[in-house]
Design a protein around this ligand. Sequence first.
Ligand code: FAD
Length: 395
Amino acid sequence: MNDIVILGAGHAAHALISAITKSTSSPRITLVGAERHVPYNRPPLSKKYLLGEVSNDDLILRSPAQYAKLGIVTVLEDAAISINPASKEVRLHSGRSIGYTNLVIATGSRARSLPASLDQSNERVYSLRGLADALALREKIVASQNIVILGGGYIGLEVAASCVSLGKSVTIVEAAPRLLARVAEPALSDKILRLHQTNGVSVHLGRTAIAIRERGAGCATELDDGTVISSDFVLSAIGSVPNSELARAAGLEVEDGIVVDERCATSNPSIFAIGDCASFVFGGRRIRLESIQNANDQANVVAAVLGGGKARYNPVPWFWSDQYDARLQSVGISHGADASIPVEVGNAFALWHHRDGEVIALDTINCPRQHMLARKRFGSGGIRLTELEKSGYVL
Ligand SMILES: Cc1cc2nc3c(=O)[nH]c(=O)nc-3n(C[C@H](O)[C@H](O)[C@H](O)COP(=O)(O)OP(=O)(O)OC[C@H]3O[C@@H](n4cnc5c(N)ncnc54)[C@H](O)[C@@H]3O)c2cc1C
């Protein structure tokens, strides 16, 4: 294999290195990361890490010594600042240039910022994306009693559950009329709303923050209906944006994320993009997925393609989230469903989404077996609605 440079030392990079080193001995790989850490596991940052149940060392996916043993060159705390596709070189913040034969962009995404005019809190608004954020957030949560979370997406909801588990009072403010509006159908949103309300979380739906002001040692968040909520601090969890600026500046096609084909190749054949920053066509529309499944599976495709194989990315998207004692799992994408059928037994809940007589997605709470079976079936021919109806909605 020729020289591979990977930009971004996160999950996708880790998965790519694992896949390449499994099939190739002594590959020539340079891993460039903006953070000071080797790739680490992000999902616990909003869950067990905030609860103090997981340490920094537990998060590390492979130690620096293991990278050295594999012959991988790691360049950390030195962000790439430009790509020159003509000379096949990447320039780093330190001024250093690195040449490549193939470049893989795995720069992930970052937390969406609040409009600057809204935040007058004097640094009392936090966000969560990386380990440094999680450490600062954990310290702040421990020292606080009342917390306002802007955004009722997965990260906001997971942090809310962690804060409640630590005995804190939490208020969630969500601009959409329901929680998880971007990714879930209304029946799942309702379930999750009840889960949080039962755990004592106050939820304001269809409301936006119009100002966050410093008040005493904490802050006051004013909503668009005039409500003012006092808290020790605010977590902004209003979504993420792909780190695609480098690609755009290098002339690669970008549409929300970096546009890739089924091989995860960008509009330049020597440059690939994987993970949160990549945008690809699924079910007839261009999407980005922010999930471990997507990072791993795209990494496997690029490893195969770089090794001369004919792999194509044709995912069975799946995702999980832990909130309180509930494990949410989703497989498939429910967007465009004709209808969704809820099935509830005790604390277990399943929501089957179908289109044209075919099951296209399943959201579950505390139904790991159904989730796993659906994942298998989606990967091997799918599930007809008639079969599901006959079986009483149990696989
Ligand atoms: C708090 C949290 C909880 C999550 N929970 C779940 C979950 O429960 N289940 C799930 O499936 N997914 C979850 N995710 C999403 C999952 O972690 C991501 O989808 C996954 O990490 C994507 O991998 P990636 O390599 O694309 O990006 P990342 O893992 O984010 O890595 C990208 C890396 O690139 C670096 N970088 C950016 N720009 C540059 C540059 N110019 N030069 C060099 N380096 C650069 C970044 O600093 C970062 O280290 C969660 C994410 C977060 C933040």
